[in-house]
Design a protein around this ligand. Structure first.
Ligand code: ZN
Length: 205
């Protein structure tokens, strides 16, 4: 058999300069302390399924988030635990909750919005931690070199689509040895461009 089908999907993507897109629904990252407060001291953060970035997983547990106007149930917890609790929602969910969180990179929680978290065992009124995640591309150092971009660089991504052609601006490149090539957008961004699973984008400098 000719050995010309052995490239992984990521390698193929790089050859074509295209990036697989994954859509994130509103979700939460919790500190260990906040998790036990919400779910009880004997609770465990058990994996439901792996996410594409190595070591990251969707947990079995979900919580409720509440703002001045409304609440959203079944918000998935992603693991592992983080040092700081961070809730990432779409602008649509922000309107539903009655809050105005900033568009931020994950981990940048300065002046992020307050939010109430409700679990089966407790309630937490967080003074900050709510953001709308800025669209970003995870990649390894090798992938960054091949795509000729650096960590924290701002790029544009043209969504490859026959349905609705959209170019996303202000997309942040995030490089780490633990990452694999994948662009993360939220449900509003996906809906705006009618993006379905297995769609790709083209990186533009
Ligand atoms: Zn991400």
């Amino acid at each position: 058999m000719p050995n010309n089908q052995t490239l992984g999907s990521n390698s193929k993507s790089i050859l074509a300069d295209t990036i697989p897109i994954a859509v994130s629904a509103s979700h939460s990252h919790l500190s260990e302390e906040d998790f036990y407060h919400l779910f009880g001291e004997n609770s465990k953060l058990i994996k439901w399924k792996d996410l594409s970035q190595p070591g990251q997983f969707a947990a079995q547990k979900v919580l409720t988030i509440k703002g001045p106007r409304g609440q959203i149930d079944n918000v998935r917890i992603l693991g592992p635990f983080r040092n700081d609790t961070q809730i990432e929602i779409s602008q649509t969910d922000a309107v539903k909750l009655g809050v105005s969180p900033p568009i931020r990179m994950s981990g940048d929680l300065k002046n992020s919005s307050p939010i109430t978290l409700i679990g089966p065992h407790g309630i937490l009124h967080k003074k900050h931690g709510l953001i709308i995640a800025q669209a970003h591309i995870h990649m390894s150092e090798t992938e960054a070199a091949l795509l000729n971009v650096k960590d924290q660089e701002i790029v544009k991504v043209e969504i490859i689509s026959e349905v609705r052609q959209i170019q996303m601006m202000n997309v942040v490149v995030r490089v780490s040895p633990n990452f694999m090539l994948e662009m993360h957008i939220d449900t509003d961004e996906a809906n705006a461009a009618a993006i379905a699973t297995n769609q790709h984008g083209k990186l533009k400098k």
